[in-house]
Design a protein around this ligand. Structure first.
Ligand SMILES: [Zn+2]
Length: 541
């Protein structure tokens, strides 16, 4: 998701939260979810902009992990309604409990077997009040008055508009998406277009196929009067199909602005490794909201201009060198779509790395100084209101600081590694070793500690689970420099680079005073500005 949500998240999330049974049903791996493993979805729907409704079915195929289970949880949020569920062509009972629907299967399921149900549903899905930051469907019209429909539902959940296992830990291995769009309009979803079926009334069904695991919120619905053009990118894994869908009257603008896709792929394949979905191609699709990282189908609404709606969030000028939505949302193909959080409380895995990808894009094309200035500039929007990690098992994300503060934490790590080739190999290693997986923060933290070669637990605890910014306190006594970390968790330690009288020096401060012998009295000490810390001379007056 695009930064900007911090403004609403910051205040909303800072309020004390009380969680309900519905939050638990939505946010935890309930027993009715745990026994089965998703293998395939076929979402098959008709979308009607005339009355803002969606109707159709989702076929859910699953592998049985635990024996003798018969009750299955499927999620669909009112006002959408499940009308019937069938298994092997016969109706099975379904019982609604708020957003959760419990399906009673025909017989106890045998471990190791595959099963399938078909869920029929319809209704007028929630309309998004502030896309993409509030979930729902956007029913817009383009400048010619033609219907223009799009979904955005990270956090609130895909079950706002289609029935699914709406928890991020489990993804189908592949998915088919069939969308019937009114006459004269096209649907663009994820993966490759496998066929278009024409109906007597002039409407058409677009059949898309996703050959890779896909997360729920990444499933895309875009209906509009689209133009289409195609290009090819010769990347690390061969030829990658690029398909572009601007509104018909924006074709010329798109061809110019969206050329940045090539620069994006060049920079990100360098830093993160091959684009993770070659089989599904890469698409940009114009939508009536700012943008979202829908897998292999990135949605775009940045107005064909550089920056974030024409602005530079870093205040350094570097943010105007690229189109924020192309770079940020496509960065999520590696961190969100390839490596996906199991619980939205760990959303930093998506947003911190992707926010940092903006800096790495600059690094690749404009050099490390530009990249450093950009990530440092983003500190002006850090709030330090609540921790970055949210509440587990209740679908609750943490502070919007997961964007700029999370990327500044990663920038700290880059300084600690102090070897950009090694840093790059770690970023590529993450994408290789967690390829197409859903993960926990513990997995990512352990991986970074292991590959950086130091226990970084205190660093993660400080920046992800606490709101205080470490302060390097120091005092000079003759030719002795004393220093320590303050304003931190008890066990905090982190190396930091300083200059003493212009000479670079690494310190290994902890929360207790340490000493460094100096060559001369009254040294001038400066902390390397790439570290997101503060410093204070605490010498007694
Ligand atoms: Zn994002």
């Amino acid at each position: 998701m695009a930064l900007g949500s911090i403004l609403c998240l910051g205040t909303a999330a800072a309020q004390a939260q009380e969680f309900t049974r519905q939050d638990t049903l939505r946010g935890s791996i309930t027993p009715e979810r745990a026994w089965w493993d998703l293998s395939f979805y076929h979402l098959d729907i008709a979308v009607n902009p005339q009355d803002s409704s969606i109707s159709g079915s989702n076929t859910i195929r699953y592998k049985v992990l635990e024996p003798n289970q018969q009750r299955m949880q499927v999620d669909l949020q009112p006002p959408m309604r499940i009308s019937r569920v069938t298994q092997q062509g016969k109706d099975v009972p379904v019982q609604q409990d708020g957003n959760a629907w419990f399906v009673q299967l025909r017989e106890p399921q045998q471990a190791g077997t595959e099963g399938e149900i078909k869920v029929y549903y319809s209704g007028k899905p929630q309309v998004s009040e502030n896309p993409p930051w509030s979930g729902g469907i956007t029913w817009a019209r383009d400048a010619n008055g033609k219907p223009w429909v799009a979904n955005s539902n990270q956090g609130d959940g895909a079950s706002l508009w289609w029935p699914c296992k709406d928890h991020m830990y489990d993804e189908p291995d592949s998915m088919r998406i069939s969308v019937r769009a009114p006459k004269g309009l096209m649907d663009v979803s994820n993966g490759q277009l496998k066929g278009v079926q024409e109906h007597a009334d002039g409407s058409k069904t677009y059949h898309w196929y996703v050959a890779n695991p896909i997360n729920n919120y990444g499933v895309n619905l875009s209906i509009g009067d689209y133009a289409h053009y195609a290009e090819t990118y010769k990347g690390e894994k061969g030829e990658l199909a690029l398909n572009f869908f601007p509104l018909r009257y924006n074709l010329d603008k798109a061809k110019k602005q969206w050329a940045q896709t090539h620069q994006m792929l060049e920079a990100f394949e360098h830093w993160f490794g091959p684009y993770p979905f070659y089989e599904d191609g890469f698409k940009l699709i114009e939508v009536p909201y700012l943008g979202m990282e829908h897998q292999s189908a990135v949605t775009y609404g940045n107005g064909y201009q550089n920056g974030y709606r024409g602005r530079d969030l870093s205040g350094t000028g570097w943010g105007l060198k690229f189109d924020f939505i192309i770079i940020h949302e496509a960065g999520h193909e590696w961190f969100a779509n390839n490596i996906t959080y199991k619980d939205v409380a760990d959303m930093w895995i998506h947003e911190s790395f992707t926010n940092y990808s903006e800096s790495l894009f600059l690094d690749y094309h404009y050099g490390t100084q530009a990249a450093n200035e950009y990530v440092i500039g983003l500190r002006n929007i850090i709030q330090n209101d609540i921790p970055i990690i949210g509440v587990y098992n209740v679908n609750q994300e943490g502070s919007g600081d997961m964007y700029p503060k999370g990327s500044n934490m990663l920038h700290n790590l880059r300084q600690i590694v102090n070897n950009d080739e090694k840093w790059r190999s770690i970023l590529r290693g993450l994408n290789k070793d967690f390829y197409h997986q859903t993960v926990t923060t513990q997995q990512i933290e352990s991986y970074l500690s292991q590959h950086i070669g130091r226990d970084l637990t205190p660093v993660f605890d400080q920046y992800l689970r606490d709101v205080r910014i470490p302060r390097l306190e120091y005092r000079v006594n003759g030719k002795t420099l004393q220093y320590r970390w303050a304003n931190t968790v008890d066990t905090f330690n982190m190396p930091v680079k300083v200059t003493v009288n212009g000479e670079a020096q690494w310190l290994e401060p902890t929360t207790t005073w340490q000493e460094l012998k100096l060559k001369k009295k009254k040294p001038k000490l400066e902390v390397d500005p790439n570290f997101y810390v503060t410093a204070q001379n605490v010498a007694a007056a």
